[in-house]
Design a protein around this ligand. Structure first.
Ligand code: F6P
Length: 345
């Protein structure tokens, strides 16, 4: 069989493990794999490389993606979806593996409805994809957040300061929640639950009065107090999938740190963890998950499946409908946030 593979959207540690697994499992099954460069852009513009055993050797240890990535959306290109279908056919691709998040997999689902043979592999550091327990990239990212918070504790404590730390996550607070719990944040603020800056300030003042004279506030980039929204200057630019680009003007951490300083008089600094959260080598968990997903998706192709995604469910990788994966974002349930709040003190 002739397989195609592409990686779309923001990169995530573990992408290379998936590529390696698809190629190696493919070779064992007697299949050839062509890589499309820069996500859907590579299919639209016929940018390809042939992937052999040597080109993927040891790749599970490397961060990023050797196939490069972009947020190109074929729906925004005139006749884009048809062009993708035709180019895949011309290249002789019998099954395309699209590795990506909600946006990339949304295009895959549409293509499958147009008769294109396509399978998905879920990826995002945000962990906000439905139908899978975890996405690869998330574990690497939250370990980075945890280590950053570990370091910030010692400097914040030495200077009796408040550190407001901005964590990625525009619509879902998984990274802030898990990174914040593991790294001992004293306050965790997520997009799913609007917060009140006055309440945050009261909490911080009480903490200082009680003798715990420093604090770490972990805030997701999409978290908001409508009362201070006017200070948060998001870029007016949107990507091809319509997402406002956050953190390019004054982000929520900077705005909140300024408010906390003004309202409490306590010394406050902000830190934006930014793209460091996506960089570097994957954790063991992400290397193994990426490998399991890559192997499974080739097995699914051999079974003639299409319109499905390989997903982690209770420790097993199983096929699920792409429809189920992209229908609704997986956000943090209220009870998980309430659990984290037990430790705000
Ligand atoms: O979806 C992954 C992600 O890293 C988000 O957490 C973040 O909001 C966004 O991508 C940043 O995108 P870009 O790298 O295009 O600025």
């Amino acid at each position: 069989m002739h397989l195609g593979i592409l990686t779309g959207g923001g990169d995530a540690p573990g992408l290379n493990a998936v590529i390696r697994a698809v190629v190696v499992r493919g070779l064992v099954g007697g299949h050839r794999t062509t890589g499309f460069l820069r996500g859907w852009k590579g299919v639209l513009e016929n940018q390809t490389i042939e992937l052999d055993r040597e080109s993927v050797r040891d790749l599970q240890r490397q961060g990023g993606t050797i196939l490069l990535s972009s947020r190109t959306n074929p729906r925004k290109v005139e006749g884009g979806l048809e062009k993708v279908r035709d180019n895949l056919e011309k290249a002789g691709i019998e099954c395309l593996v699209a590795v990506g998040g909600e946006d990339t997999l949304g295009v895959a689902r549409t293509l499958s409805g147009m008769g294109v043979s396509v399978l998905g592999v879920p990826k995002t550091i945000d962990n906000d994809l439905s139908a899978t327990d975890y996405t690869f990239g998330f574990d690497s990212a939250i370990n980075f957040v945890m280590e950053a918070l570990d370091k910030l504790h010692t400097t914040a404590r030495s200077h009796e300061r408040i550190m407001v730390v901005e964590v990625m996550g525009r619509h879902a607070g998984w990274m802030t929640l898990h990174g914040g719990i593991a790294g001992g944040a004293h306050v965790i603020l997520i997009p799913e639950v609007e917060f009140d800056t006055d309440e945050v300030c009261d909490f911080l003042k009480k903490r200082f009065e009680a003798g715990r004279r420093y604090a770490i506030v972990a805030v997701a980039e999409g978290a908001m107090d409508p009362g201070i929204a006017r200070h948060v200057m998001h870029s007016s630019e949107k990507d091809a999938y319509g997402h406002v680009q956050l953190g390019t003007g004054i982000g929520i951490a900077e705005a909140l740190a300024g408010e906390i300083k003004d309202r409490t008089g306590l010394e406050t600094r902000h830190v934006i963890l930014g793209h460091l959260q996506r960089g570097g080598p994957p954790t063991a968990f992400d290397r193994v998950l990426g490998t399991m997903l890559g192997v499974k998706v080739v097995e699914m192709a051999e079974q003639g499946l299409s319109g499905k995604m390989a997903a982690l469910r209770g420790g097993e990788v199983v096929p699920v409908d792409l429809e189920e994966a992209v229908g609704k974002l997986k956000t943090v349930p209220a009870q998980r946030y309430d659990q984290a709040r037990l430790f705000f003190d």
